[in-house]
Design a protein around this ligand. Sequence first.
Ligand SMILES: Nc1ncnc2c1ncn2[C@@H]1O[C@H](COP(=O)(O)OP(=O)(O)OP(=O)(O)O)[C@@H](O)[C@H]1O
Ligand SMILES: [Mg+2]
Length: 581
Amino acid sequence: MAVAPAVRRSELGEALRACRSAFIGVGLMSCMINLLYLTGSMFMLQVYDRVLPSRSVPTLVGLVVIAAGLYMAQGVLDLLRGRILGRVGTSLDEALNARVFDTVVRMPLMMGNRTEGLLPLRDLDNVRSFLGSMGPGAFFDLPWLPFYMAICFAFHWLLGVTALVGAVILVTLTLITEYMSRSPAKEAMTLAARRNDLAASSRRNAEVLVAMGMAGRMNKRWNEANEDYLAGNQRASDVTGGLGAVAKVLRMMLQSSVLAVGAYLVIHQEATGGIIIAGSILSARALAPVDLAIAHWKGFVAARQSWQRLNRLLQQMPARPEQTLLQPPTRRLSVEGVSMVAPGDQRLIVQDISFAVEAGTGLGVIGPSGSGKSSLIRALVGVWTPARGKVRLDGAALDQWSSDVLGRYVGYLPQDVELFNGSVAQNISRFDPEAKSEGIIAAAKEAGVHEMIIKMREGYDTQVGEQGSALSAGQAQRVALARALYGNPFLIVLDEPNSNLDSDGDEALTRAVRAARERGAIVVVVAHRPVGIEGVDQLLVLKEGRMQTFGPKETVLGQVLQRVAPPTPIKIVADAGAAKS
Ligand SMILES: Nc1ncnc2c1ncn2[C@@H]1O[C@H](COP(=O)(O)OP(=O)(O)OP(=O)(O)O)[C@@H](O)[C@H]1O
Ligand SMILES: [Mg+2]
């Protein structure tokens, strides 16, 4: 390209560029609309200067008919212009929403919790709703201001000067609005985000709030956040509203001034009566978009800030390029010198872990609370990217897989099980729209939950409710186990899969681990209770983020048992580590 831009055009810019033809259309329509806006003043001019002196009713009727036609044309064009802009907003949203949703989901994994939550989705809403409002139309009309001014000057220079002074004052007012509303608008947006996050977390933890009488206190915090938000919003509205009122008054004053100047000219016989009225209407018309622009300035500033924020975010989290499809993994999981920090954090919570396991291996990961077990296995399934080192499946590092493809070969049961609002079957099949019943039932049987599910009121079609709240903790955990096993993944990673299970559940878990291993899967199980690691043959002991021991289960447990007499073997593993170091 001859004039290559210094920075690559942003994704948002690209999306907007795709709507270029719509904008050209809107521009052309604005031309016609603005020409048609002249109808009123021209009509007046003709009525005063032609119809009244000649007292000709047929001329009047003719003019009325013509004016009515022109007004209607203007109305239709105005309507079309509004609709096109509304649709530009919609198509922009359609082009970007999947990408924005993806960043919202991945943001906490990359940048931690100090991010803006759902704000990007609201930003996109802001941009869309501004495009659908009257605001953009006003911006298309503004460039016509000089044109109307020129016509005023053509009537008489004094009329032109009066209108020009008015225009200068109003444009200055617009600039002041811009300057003064910038920071209140930004502040209001941040406060709104904080308020909504508070509401969302209170809703999630409703049980805790009610049981321990925290609801009132949380209510108070919400109230405070809400008051801050309202005050911030009020400040933003006050600025634009106040200046909007001033603009309106000024415009009316200007209209009368133009009338007065016109009257003065008529008195001195420098103009006709028609020109007074026409000039007055024209100057009002010229400045109407300024009024409208000021009225929509708050929305404009919000949309622009949203636009900038989205741009920054999308640049920080570029779309992942299409990756070459690798063969499904079948042989080996290797971890090479992996160290991890939590997203958005600096502290190393897992350090320098290396091991490798072959297909058919069951690996138990044990260690005290906070030793980094969950963090380590988040790296195994590619949820967190290691700060150093690599996790590989059949030699290919996880970042060579796209997450959607990798997901087919991975089963993951997180420590805090959360199901999605939907049926049991949908949850097991990971919401795959093409899931077959056989696959779902096979996974449920492998997880040992088939019997439990068919005893439910509507079997596999039972709705699990929001976050799976309609199931008991144990039931949810077993459904989540079936979800992890669905589709016979090669790598199955279970973070404390038995924390809510009864002895039946424990047995089912052990059977599931063994069955998966027999068909050649690698199963990694984090466990606090010995029964959790019954189905595994290798053990990895973590302490304070470091790997203490790794090897065959019997050897590792044997080493531990030799040192201290156990209340529970696993507890000792951790203590033994302390003794060793
Ligand atoms: N999202 C996070 N942001 C910051 N620090 C984190 C995050 N998740 C975990 N940590 C820190 O990492 C350390 C290890 O946590 P991790 O959850 O891996 O422990 P764990 O061994 O799984 O413990 P448990 O047995 O209690 O589940 C803890 O000190 C914790 O504070
Ligand atoms: Mg954990």
